[in-house]
Design a protein around this ligand. Structure first.
Ligand code: SF4
Length: 356
């Protein structure tokens, strides 16, 4: 995390400063259907989501958000476009932050409308996230650069910050997203080099597609930035339920070393020496381990042969390695028990259960 950033609070979640990097997603139910929206929010919260964004496309949604805020276990960010009145109603109804693009608030009397939003947010003591997307750049900026290149995205982000700063508002979080991994990473890096006010940055690659494509794009884009110390909150955008986005977001944080996985299962890539169904054994083991709700984090290795397996996986707390007829359970690379090949996963599970 970037220690130079300001510390904001979105409800009870600290963002920026030295706060942990938080995971966000966005509901995809109609906001007016408060029952379905709250169900989705609760499921995301149970999976580990820290903050959730809810679209407010109309007045009925801005009104419905009151009940959602009251019953949600995690802070709510209202996503507003075009109509400043929706932002003000959502703020009055208790949202913990709003996300706007000041440039797309209706053009007539725009400055005054932005002032009214800022006034309401200041009074409610909530942050505003300004969001720049490659697909919604200001016309003059697009004309200047011809394409939504990183420089254009950053100029737009700085302009959006200034639109709030002119009213002495600095409780700002910034997001800069493109469907291009490269442009997202370059734009966020460029913004960081100009981020003299220390605004926290929300990371994500947008419109990444279905999970098979989007998980990889998101992991590369978000991961590349996190590993350079850039980013304070993350959202994985997938054409999939938000619950899936949360799971992937958490995995990215774990694999970048920002969260400790409760259970990490590593396994070998398999080769001509492999003596067992490694992929099947890993799936089976992961499924069973998830149900155990272990108190302490554990790293388990599943290795296809006894020749190389235990040695290669000596960093793991526990592991399994097979030969043609038997398997061994090993601890930090040292064999501790020989077991039947067929029941090796059961034996390892017994061992872990007894350790608890
Ligand atoms: S651990 Fe053994 S089976 Fe697995 S890839 Fe290495 S040599 Fe092959």
């Amino acid at each position: 995390m970037n220690l130079k950033t300001r510390l904001l609070h979105i409800g009870n979640v600290a963002v920026g400063g030295n706060a942990p990097i938080s995971v966000q997603t966005m509901t995809n139910t109609p906001t007016v259907n408060t029952f379905a929206t709250l169900k989705q929010i609760k499921e995301c919260a149970e999976l580990g989501c820290d903050i959730i964004r809810v679209g407010v496309p109309d007045f009925a949604s801005a009104v419905a958000i009151k009940e959602i805020v009251e019953k949600s276990p995690i802070p709510i960010v209202a996503d507003i476009h075009f109509d400043y009145r929706l932002a003000i109603i959502a703020i009055e109804n208790g949202v913990h932050a709003i996300r706007i693009n000041p440039g797309n608030i209706a053009k007539s009397d725009q400055t005054e409308r932005i002032r009214l939003i800022v006034e309401a947010a200041s009074k409610a003591k909530i942050p505003i996230r300004v969001g720049v997307n490659a697909g919604s750049l200001d016309e003059d900026i697009l004309e200047k650069y011809q394409h939504p290149v990183p420089e254009a995205l950053v100029e737009s982000a700085l302009r959006q910050c200034q639109a709030l700063e002119q009213f002495n508002f600095h409780d700002i979080k910034v997001s800069i997203k493109s469907s291009s991994v490269h442009d997202t990473v370059e734009a966020c890096k460029l913004f960081e080099s100009k981020n003299t006010k220390g605004y926290p940055l929300h990371l994500g690659v947008t419109e990444t597609g279905i999970p098979e494509d989007g998980i990889i794009k998101s992991a590369i884009g978000i991961g590349a930035l996190l590993l350079q110390g850039i980013g304070n909150t993350i959202r994985v955008s997938l054409s999939a339920p938000p619950q899936e986005e949360v799971k992937v977001g958490l995995k990215i944080l774990e694999d970048c070393g920002f969260r400790k996985a409760a259970v990490e299962v590593i396994s070998c890539p398999t080769c001509a020496r492999t003596c067992a169904d490694i992929s099947g054994s890993v799936s089976d083991l992961k499924q069973r381990l998830q149900q155990l709700h272990l108190k302490k984090p554990i790293k388990i290795a599943v290795m296809g042969c006894m020749v190389n397996g235990p040695g290669e996986a000596k960093e793991a707390d526990l592991g399994l390695a097979w030969n043609k007829t038997r398997a061994i359970i090993f601890k930090k690379g040292k064999p501790i028990k020989a077991v039947e090949a067929k029941t090796a996963v059961d034996e390892l599970m017994d061992f872990i259960t007894n350790m608890e």
